[in-house]
Design a protein around this ligand. Structure first.
Ligand code: ZN
Length: 73
């Protein structure tokens, strides 16, 4: 069996939380919504996750941190 790796390793996309950028998600049945993701880091629950590369993840995490700082004022 041959596999064709046409995607650059640098452009590897991973599924992350759209709120905090954490990739530590778990997937479970969420009633009427069907399957939903839970984020272990921020508690996000939803069927939507972001497929991001490392740069995008960094950006999401930075945005999340600055949002948090605003709330702490
Ligand atoms: Zn999260």
């Amino acid at each position: 069996m041959e596999e064709d790796f046409s995607i650059e390793p640098d452009e590897k996309m991973i599924k992350v939380c759209p709120v905090c950028g954490n990739s530590d998600l778990y997937y479970e049945a969420g009633g009427y919504m069907g399957m939903v993701y839970h984020c272990k880091n921020c508690g996000y629950i939803g069927s939507l996750v972001v497929e991001a590369n490392e740069e995008m993840i960094k950006k999401i995490k930075e945005d999340y941190r600055s949002e948090k700082d605003k709330k702490n004022e």
